[in-house]
Design a protein around this ligand. Structure first.
Ligand code: FAD
Length: 345
């Protein structure tokens, strides 16, 4: 309501201080484009259509020509590019300066980026430089019909409620968005549009952080958000020494192994495997939850899976409320039976 009351005050002055366009910051690092960048182009298309403005992609990095082609293929009408060797490795300072410089010059109304490790790092730095608001970790976006402000919905109070936030400033409105919650748009080969190239403002000497070496992370965990079948385990497994039981089930299905925060906090699996509000959001075809209670913070990371199968010995477990198939029983009896059955196929 506060935002609505103040929206008129902060609206752009017609013909003068106009902020227009939906921008998606494409995340590109060491040859890998974060898929959430394209999910956001799909979502950005809907927002731009409602407002009646242009949909643009922003690419900052080094040797990015192939990324420009992809951005057009996924629906960008215009692409802003800063291609410079100082942007080869992600560092907050030069990336934040590059994005801020583009925003100041071209004045987009909305800018979105994935709530990835990089997005969560660079966007607050950009918002601070621009003296505007930022809603982090959104799961739903829309346009308020009355004010045309961006409606930014995200979990609040430990995930117990969903809050919808309007930013009273249009200069610009900024959100990071969780990967895998927006649908991937169709890729149309050969689409093109306008390319605007700008210079990086910082030189290597001015950047305080130096990258000595780039060590890639665990390849398995990188693919958790792309996995088609996931076997996820919770504290019901009782001990780290019982993990081979679920690993064998995952192997029998060619599935990727994941877990709850409880399991990470117990030190049984690494955080890379954690699904949920403070972990990864997944959307596999099949999600098999073994000994997981179904706390809201876990559910927000997996409830959009196509089929959810839960094994739990508590009939009241929350996981059964989102499960398509529930198996009420002791996992130490049920899991070996499932593994044996899948191994036959
Ligand atoms: P429990 O809640 O202890 O559940 C264990 C389940 O196993 C129970 O349902 C029990 O009935 C069942 N069980 C026990 N023995 C057996 C058996 N022999 N056979 C079958 N079933 C059995 N959690 C996440 O997962 N991801 C997050 O990203 C996340 N973020 C959070 C963020 C915040 C701010 C907060 C406050 C919490 C967060 N949590 C998150 C924690 C969350 O609230 C839960 O504590 C956690 O998900 C519980 O993990 P669990 O289901 O493994 O354990």
């Amino acid at each position: 309501d506060y935002a609505k009351t103040n929206a008129a005050k902060s609206a752009p002055v017609a013909g003068g201080d106009v902020w227009s366009g939906v921008w998606i910051i494409v995340e590109y690092n060491h040859g890998r484009i974060a898929p959430v960048s394209w999910e956001l182009l799909g979502e950005g298309r809907k927002l731009a259509d409602v407002i009646g403005c242009e949909l643009c992609a922003v690419i900052t990095g080094y040797q990015v020509d192939h990324v420009i082609r992809e951005a057009f293929a996924y629906g960008a009408e215009k692409v802003y590019v800063i291609d410079d060797p100082v942007l080869e490795n992600f560092r907050t300072e030069p990336y934040a300066e590059a994005i801020t410089g583009l925003v100041r010059k071209y004045q987009p109304e909305i800018i979105l980026m994935g709530a990835t490790a990089i997005g969560r790092d660079v966007f607050p730095a950009v918002a601070t430089r621009l003296r505007t608001g930022l809603t982090a970790d959104c799961t739903v976006l829309g346009i308020d019909p009355e004010t045309k402000l961006l409606q930014q919905t995200r979990p609040a109070f430990g995930g117990n409620i969903m809050a919808t936030i309007l930013c009273r400033s249009r200069r610009p409105q900024m959100s990071t968005v969780r990967p895998r919650v927006m649908a991937m748009p169709a890729r149309v080969e050969g689409r093109s549009g306008e390319i605007v190239r700008e210079q990086q403002s910082m030189t290597e000497d001015e950047i305080r952080t130096k990258v000595l070496e780039f060590i890639p992370g665990d390849a398995k965990s990188i693919f958790l958000d792309k996995a088609e079948i996931i076997v996820a385990v919770g504290l019901g497994i009782a001990s780290q020494k019982n993990l081979p039981l679920v690993e064998e089930l995952a192997d029998s299905l060619g599935a990727t192994l994941a877990c709850t925060r409880g399991v990470v906090e117990a030190g049984w699996m690494s955080h890379d495997h954690q699904v949920g509000q403070t972990g990864v959001t997944v959307r596999p075809k099949v999600y098999i939850a073994i000994g997981i209670s179904g706390a809201i913070q876990h559910l927000v990371g997996m409830e959009t899976s196509d089929y959810i199968i839960a094994v739990n010995n508590d009939p009241e477990a929350g996981i059964f409320r989102v499960a398509n198939y529930g198996i009420l029983g002791d996992l130490f009896q049920v899991v070996p039976l499932l593994t044996a059955e899948f191994k036959k196929r």
